[in-house]
Design a protein around this ligand. Structure first.
Ligand SMILES: Nc1ncnc2c1ncn2[C@@H]1O[C@H](COP(=O)(O)OP(=O)(O)O)[C@@H](O)[C@H]1O
Ligand SMILES: [Mg+2]
Length: 384
């Protein structure tokens, strides 16, 4: 199954919505791109940093630039920047002109936020290679203003992609739904567009999921899950980025999520935030929490819930020597997706059980218990 977001990825500049200024700047940049022989080094910018929130069109814009100039695209992974000699080995041949090939080339280093703070060597090397490049280099990042990118900034034109206006998001969704011959209620479309806050990829994904859902209950569940996700991301930011304080102890109050699930989120994202000794320490705290969690359930010592919370919040935050301002794109643990899907299934079950209960004058609870029979009934009726 291809996702709609992939299927409807913009190909040409004109397909990229709501980013006219950024598109114009990219066109300008490529038009005036100087050969290193023409200009003494440092006079003109030889690389771009496209920055903006997720799902605003950065990767699409870089690819469209290649398409529009009939250039091939050479993509470098941000993790290639970790290793200085390796970076040189990969990038050096790519930035040198091969006169036999007339086709242009654009080098893309996508998601620069992926490089951790310590990988300075790679960045320094990249700065030097930019000077020598015969081809435009396009980098993308959520945040162009972090410290770790500062050596690059001087060498790059920095172009911002805006968070997309909800009206544009809604318009894109309507066009896709029309092509897919699917229908979503106008109110729900507005809600998707508002909730995803300018992240068009998220909006398209939500629309695709919702187009498959049948009941209001399921749709509501999906929105609840998205709210929960927003809250937990905010919580992660607090415990991973801020110095521990009394406030820290209350961090988890703002999210309505079971500790087991919180642990999954913390576990998935610890390696994105800490390294070496701190990484080990963070995992240690996590396993303490997990052990505690097990004990609490086994022995029903609910009082211990407080301690568990302390390990997870204060414990981890105490690894932060100072408030950090860098940006980290946190990931969703895979098991959480399964929990989501499961919640959706339960919601669906509940709507069916509700109808059945009403029809046969029994309680919803009873109908839920009798669900295997209901399922049998539904499946044996070809007209459903
Ligand atoms: N400005 C935009 N115009 C049209 N579609 C967009 C735009 N931004 C994002 N999308 C949709 O979202 C998907 C992801 O976009 P992408 O360019 O990968 O975003 P980013 O790199 O900023 O996270 C695309 O495949 C497309 O479907
Ligand atoms: Mg991208």
């Amino acid at each position: 199954m291809t996702t709609w977001a992939e299927k409807y990825r913009p190909i040409y500049f004109e397909d990229i919505r709501g980013q006219e200024e950024a598109v114009a700047k990219v066109i300008d940049f490529i038009k005036n791109f100087p050969s290193p022989r023409e200009t003494p080094s440092g006079l003109k910018k030889r690389a771009i940093i496209l920055y903006g929130s997720a799902g605003t069109g950065k990767t699409s814009l870089a690819n469209a630039a290649a398409k529009e100039t009939n250039s091939e695209i050479f993509e470098l992974n941000a993790s290639d920047l970790r290793n200085k000699p390796q970076l040189k080995e990969t990038l050096k041949p790519a930035i040198e002109q091969r006169s036999l090939l007339k086709k242009g080339k654009i080098l893309l280093i996508d998601e620069m936020d992926g490089i951790a703070g310590e990988d300075r060597g790679g960045i320094q090397e990249l700065v030097e290679l930019i000077e020598l490049s015969e081809y435009p280099i396009i980098m993308t990042a959520n945040d162009a203003w972090t410290k770790k990118l500062s050596p690059l900034r001087k060498k790059c034109e920095i172009i911002q992609l805006k968070d997309l206006d909800y009206k544009i998001v809604k318009d894109v969704l309507i066009k896709i739904l029309r092509k897919e011959k699917k229908f979503i209620d106008n109110k729900i479309l507005t809600e998707i567009a508002l909730k995803t806050k300018g992240d068009l990829r998220a909006a398209i994904n939500d629309a695709q999921t919702i187009s498959k859902l049948s009941s209001e209950e399921q749709i509501k569940t999906l929105f609840d899950e998205r709210n929960k996700e927003e809250n937990i991301l905010d919580v992660l930011k607090k415990i991973f980025k801020l110095k521990a304080s009394n406030e820290t102890l209350r961090t988890f109050d703002q999210v309505d999520m079971k500790t087991d699930e919180i642990i999954l989120w913390v576990e998935k994202n610890i390696p994105l935030e800490y390294r070496d000794k701190k990484l080990a320490k963070a995992y240690e705290l996590l396993s303490e929490t997990d052990i505690f969690n097990g004990r609490i359930y086994k022995q029903q010592y609910w009082r211990f819930l407080v301690y568990e919370n302390i390990f997870l919040s204060y414990g981890i935050a105490s690894l932060n020597k100072e408030n950090k301002t860098n940006f980290t794109k946190y990931k969703r643990p895979t098991r959480v997706l399964k929990i989501w899907m499961n919640n959706l299934k339960i919601a669906k079950k509940k709507t069916i059980a509700e109808k059945y209960a009403k029809h046969s004058h029994i309680s919803i609870k009873k109908a839920m218990k009798e669900f295997p029979i209901i399922k049998l009934l539904i499946n044996s009726n070809p007209r459903r």
